[in-house]
Design a protein around this ligand. Structure first.
Ligand SMILES: [Zn+2]
Length: 162
C-alpha cells in the first residue's frame, strides 16, 4: 500500500517531502524536536487556511509504518483503515476523538480505505496536548475540532494486516 497516497487521501493537502535531516550519519535515529514539529505545523496551518481547514505532511515513510504531521481547524472525515492502525500523539490544541459506531455516508475511496461524513454512536474521548491514542485497524474513527479551536498531532500509521 502506498502510504504516501494514503496520507494524502486522509489529510487532504498533504505533501510528501521527507524532513529528517539529510546530513547525519546513517546510524542516526530520525529525530524531530518539538520546535521543528511546531514550526512545520505553523506552515500547515497556513495551508489549511487556504484549503479545506486541514493539512498534513508526511515526515517519513518506513516499510510498514509512517510518521505524519497533521493540522486541523475543523472536523475530520469519518475514517476506517482496514489495514492500518493509527497512533495519535497530540502536539498542540486538542480534539474530540470518536471511535467505534457506524460511519454515515460511507464510501470506499481506495482499497481498504473507507470515508464518510460522520459517525453514529461510538465513544467520544477528549484528547489534549501530550495525550496518546491508538485506533486499531478496522475501527471507525473521526476527529472533531470545534470552530474556535485547532489540533496538531503526530500520526503514526502502522500496517496491521496484509
Ligand atoms: Zn485514521
Amino acid at each position: 500500500m502506498d502510504t504516501d497516497r494514503l496520507a494524502k487521501a486522509i489529510l487532504g493537502d498533504a505533501n510528501s517531502r521527507e524532513t529528517a535531516p539529510k546530513d547525519q550519519p546513517k546510524s542516526a535515529a530520525d529525530h524531530w524536536t518539538p520546535a521543528v514539529l511546531l514550526e512545520r505545523a505553523a506552515y500547515l496551518r497556513k495551508m489549511a487556511a487556504q484549503g479545506n481547514g486541514s493539512a498534513g505532511e508526511m515526515l517519513k515513510e518506513y516499510p510498514q509504518h509512517s510518521a505524519i504531521l497533521s493540522f486541523r481547524s475543523r472536523n475530520g472525515e469519518a475514517e476506517i483503515h482496514d489495514r492500518f492502525a493509527d497512533f495519535f500523539i497530540i502536539l498542540a490544541g486538542g480534539t474530540t476523538l470518536i471511535t467505534g459506531g457506524t460511519v454515515v455516508g460511507a464510501k470506499t475511496i481506495a482499497p481498504g480505505e473507507t470515508r464518510g461524513d460522520s459517525i453514529e454512536g461510538g465513544t467520544r474521548q477528549e484528547l489534549k496536548v501530550g495525550d496518546v491514542a491508538h485506533v486499531p485497524a478496522g475501527t471507525p474513527h473521526q476527529m472533531l475540532v470545534s470552530s474556535e479551536k485547532t489540533m496538531t498531532c503526530l500520526v503514526i500509521k502502522v500496517q496491521e494486516a496484509v
